[in-house]
Design a protein around this ligand. Structure first.
Ligand code: 5GP
Ligand code: ZN
Length: 153
């Protein structure tokens, strides 16, 4: 996993956590990521997968690190579901303030959900009008074509 910038930000709370400078309650550790209990859980058993290296957003993460973090999800989901008795799980990555990100160090939320919980979900959803759907498909496809695949992140 190549690293083209400083792996840690001295002002970042999650960098301090993965380095052990701030305590955390860990459930799984690998060479590249730490899974720990969120200190303010949406529901009990709410876990965060935090990369050991500092990357603010998912868009900044090297493909191999994103793949590694995602590879931990099925096992963590099974363990959290079994340990909490959850009826379901939400897996979410918030990117940017507009999306609710408060700590600019990439992390995956795994949130246990219960049939009768009071969590405000689902989000309201809209619909496309006219050729908006096709236009967005074309714009995203163009962006993907110009974006190199690999470890540049
Ligand atoms: P975000 O809003 O950035 O997607 O999520 C940040 C999460 O980190 C929040 O759910 C918040 O409760 C959690 N959090 C903030 N500070 C700490 C901390 O010091 N320790 C732990 N374990 N979680 C934290
Ligand atoms: Zn950080």
């Amino acid at each position: 996993m190549s690293q083209s910038h400083a792996p840690h930000d001295p002002h970042c709370i999650f960098c301090k956590i993965v380095q052990g400078q701030i305590p955390s309650t860990r459930v799984l550790e690998t060479e590249h990521a730490v899974a720990l209990l969120d200190i303010h859980p949406v529901n009990p058993g709410h876990v965060l997968i935090v990369t050991r290296d500092h990357h603010a957003h998912l868009a900044d993460v090297p493909d191999s690190l994103a793949a590694h973090a995602a590879s931990l999800l099925p096992r963590l989901c099974r363990a959290i579901r079994a340990a909490t008795g959850a009826d379901g799980l939400n897996v979410i990555v918030n990117n940017g303030r507009a999306a609710g990100q408060t700590i600019d160090h990439v992390h995956w939320h795994i949130i246990p959900r219960f049939d009768d919980d009071s969590v405000n979900w689902p989000w309201p959803q809209g619909q496309y009008v006219g050729d908006e759907l096709a236009q967005l498909q074309a714009r995203i496809a163009t962006e993907l074509e110009s974006d190199a695949v690999g470890e540049e992140g």
